[in-house]
Design a protein around this ligand. Sequence first.
Ligand code: SAM
Length: 297
Amino acid sequence: MKAISAKKEKWFVEAAFPGIRRCKKDTFRVEKEIFSGRTKYQKIYIFESLGFGKMLALDGIIQFSQSDEFIYHEIIAHVPLMTHPDPQRLLVVGGGDGGVLREARKHPLKEMSLVDIDEEVVGIARQYLPFVSQGSFTDKRLTLAFQDGREFIKAHKNHFDIIVVDSTDPVGPGKALFQGDFYKSVHEALTEDGIAIFQLGPFLDFDIIIKGTVEKLSKLFTYLNPVRLPMPSYSCGCEYCFLMASKKVDPAKLALPVLKRRLQQRLGAKAADLKYYSPEMHLASLVTPKIWRLKKR
Ligand code: SAM
């Protein structure tokens, strides 16, 4: 009998954090290693995968893939921005790959700020993954800060209309962005009709990550809405969840014609470039399965 010669394959095995994330490890076939290194804060690994394109992992956790990052970045940026009646100032906490900025800058904002703890992530992503930021870091409206988001935000009161928390998971440097004092500072940094959105976790991690965040945020904000999206490259395999917190505007009351009008007024021809976000998808992302329905609204 002839032996089958096994081709040498390299696989990336995602890290697991029992008790913080559900204990499941996804694997991706590595076609080519692009960058591997360690910064002061975290391990960075960039590779070309079979099927998902280029991927970024921080501390062993997949941050995005080239094939589906547009879903994540369009939803986390456009849903809060389109919910706000007139957003002028935006802050991104984390988001060092520049994907949130790429989407947010399509809006006629006056100011954009981004604070990431790790300057090296920004430099490495700009060098090896330029398709994510697409020149956003040179936008004249942008102020960049390299510092812990938890400290940065304390110096700002009643300033931002929108805050997007695009952090890593609650392990390593990202842990600070899941604490009660950080949520309080986010609330204080927002204007009176301000809206924040937090990247959270997979559908099945409701009890592990989402519930605790809801409990902390519901003490501060009037309206809390889970925002659903598919994320095929994440450990959930599909259903992923952000949490949108609003002081004054009830996201559930936004009607389709209002969103359609806003999209045309604010993005104009740029709206045609969106691949996932649409006013219909906006409303669909706010529809929650029964298990996710929050008591406080
Ligand atoms: N989409 C991603 C995900 O699923 O987790 C998040 C992407 S983004 C690359 C996460 C960024 O958060 C990283 O660049 C990391 O340096 C930054 N970060 C982590 N902890 C932070 C902190 N305490 N303050 C500011 N930025 C932080």
